[in-house]
Design a binder for this molecule. Structure first.
Ligand code: URQ
Ligand code: ZN
Ligand code: ZN
Length: 501
């Protein structure tokens, strides 16, 4: 059982996104009370030795689906096992998605997610809400969610035709409304019509296995939708967040848009940074099906390195996992037809280690950029900073003591997730969480999860995150188009026939 106690972490290197310093960190009542050298602390304070180790802000996973009903079944990791796995991997907050069915109330779906998650979560969490249909009721409910329920981000699907997909006109309306209410619009960017046609074609060619999933969604299908979403968002001056950027083509679209001044953020995920889509061609059906997710992992093996380079240089901004786990027997719903394989992979436990290994150990980014892309940037975009994402007096005591030199091998045999395989099986990663502290409680230590279900809190988020909205507001002020003042035309005007022809 993990208690909230007075804790001092001694002698570690405290790493924030902007600098690192040798310092002690003192924690009381779930809050960081002091950061400095040789801190004096009250008697009875628990001392944790972090000499030779790093002390990092706990990871924030921007994208999870715990206990999601999807494609006829339910993800095997619920809010308990999912958040236990999170803290075992050094993540102390998840942002999950409320996904209402078309026609269903967003508010009712939100309450359902809260009721499901609240008693089970072992770390703090917050909720994005998906907009899967559009009318005035949805519009009103988005306002209520923002003003009363702590939601400041809405996800729209451009894929999953007839299920969750919105058309361009609807995207235009939702993006406009997000801007009005100070929310950030998120998109799953894939062209749902092209996927539906491509899937029919693959099946007609006799391609029924997992490779068909990738073949009917080539990179262009993701890149086209990414560009379209950016164009629509820009036309209404709405900030845009592209979830799970999976391909080099889509990442280039995001990077170019940022270089052209668009307010857009790209989120690669652990899967896309750590492995690739060559697995879809594996001869073992269950192995191949385990990697099925949308957008798919890409068969171009240079993709993970490329995405990591863009993440290192700020073309891409923040990382999640899209943790959406189905065990092999659930994936087997699509054993004869890849379109029925439930989409989703693991990642919530391994994101931090995978990014350390492929990003920091490889020399692509330093420890400070690691903190930015695993924690601080998420906190800034979703208006949680500096409560989250920072080690400073007054911030939440969400901390990880991290050993950059130790290694661990990722395996289903040792992971804490409920899913019965791991897409990173056998990967050896430098960067190992030794102790995780969530809300001032030691929730992971000595290889054991100590967290109690229900001790995590729902963290409400306010609209108009400054990191996102300062530029939007200024553009709104100065960027309004204005009419040219000119003398009225007073020349001849032809007459049209009464039928207009
Ligand atoms: O599209 C998503 O984000 C969820 C609903 C499912 N998982 C996936 O394959 N990406
Ligand atoms: Zn998605
Ligand atoms: Zn997702």
């Amino acid at each position: 059982m993990s208690n909230r106690e007075k804790i001092v972490i001694r002698g570690g290197k405290v790493v924030n996104e902007d600098f690192s310093e040798r310092a002690d960190v003192y924690v009381e009542d779930g809050i960081i009370r002091a950061v400095g050298l040789d801190l004096e602390v009250p008697a009875g304070t628990r001392e944790i030795d972090a000499r030779g180790k790093l002390v990092l802000p706990g990871g924030i996973d921007t994208h999870t689906h715990m206990e999601l009903q999807f494609m006829g079944t339910v993800t095997v990791d619920d809010f308990k096992t999912g958040t236990e796995a999170a803290v075992a991997g050094g993540t102390t907050m998840i942002l999950d998605f409320v996904i209402p069915q078309k026609g269903a109330s967003l508010l009712e779906a939100y309450e359902k997610w809260r009721n499901t998650a609240d008693p089970k979560v072992c770390c703090d969490y917050s909720l994005h809400v998906a907009v899967t249909w559009w009318d005035d009721r949805v519009k009103k409910e988005m306002e209520t969610l923002v003003q009363e329920k702590g939601v400041n981000s809405f996800k729209m699907f451009m894929a999953y035709k007839d299920v969750f997909m919105l058309r361009d006109q609807e995207l235009y309306a939702v993006f406009s409304h997000c801007k009005e209410i100070g929310a950030i619009a998120q998109v799953h960017a894939e062209n749902g019509d092209l996927i539906a046609e491509g899937a029919k074609r693959m099946l007609s060619l006799g391609i029924t296995g997992p490779e068909g999933h990738e073949l009917c969604r080539p990179e262009d299908v993701e890149a086209e939708a990414t560009q379209r979403a950016i164009t629509i968002a820009h036309s209404v001056n709405c900030p845009l967040y592209v979830v799970h950027v999976m391909s080099k083509s889509a990442a280039k679209v995001v990077a170019n848009a940022r270089r052209n001044g668009r307010v857009v953020f790209g989120e690669p995920i652990a899967a896309g940074l750590g492995t690739d889509g060559t697995h879809y061609w594996n001869k073992d059906w269950a192995h191949a099906a385990g990697f099925v997710m949308g957008p798919p992992l890409r068969p171009d093996p240079s993709t993970p390195d490329y995405l990591m380079d863009l993440l290192a240089n700020d073309d891409l901004t923040v990382t999640g996992t899209d943790n959406c786990t189905f065990s092999v027997c659930q994936k087997a719903l699509g054993k004869d037809d890849f379109t029925r394989i439930p989409n989703g992979v693991n990642g919530v436990e391994d994101r931090m280690s995978v990014i350390w290994e492929k990003g920091v150990h490889s020399g692509k980014m330093d420890e400070n950029r690691f903190v930015a892309v695993t924690s601080s940037n998420a906190a800034k975009i979703f208006n949680l900073f500096p409560q989250k994402g920072r080690i400073a007096m007054g911030s939440d005591a969400d901390l990880v003591i991290w050993d950059p030199n130790a290694t661990r091998m990722i395996s289903v045999k040792t992971h804490h997730q409920a899913v019965d395989y791991n897409i990173f099986e056998g990967m050896v990663c430098h960067g190992v969480p030794l102790v995780t502290i969530s809300g001032g409680r030691v929730v992971y230590e000595g290889g054991r999860v100590l967290a109690e279900p229900g001790t995590g809190r729902f963290i409400p988020r306010k609209p108009y995150a400054e990191f996102v909205y300062k530029r939007i507001h200024q553009r709104e002020q100065v960027g309004k188009p204005s009419a040219v003042v000119r003398k009225p035309y007073d020349g001849e005007v032809i007459s049209l026939a009464s039928n207009g022809s």
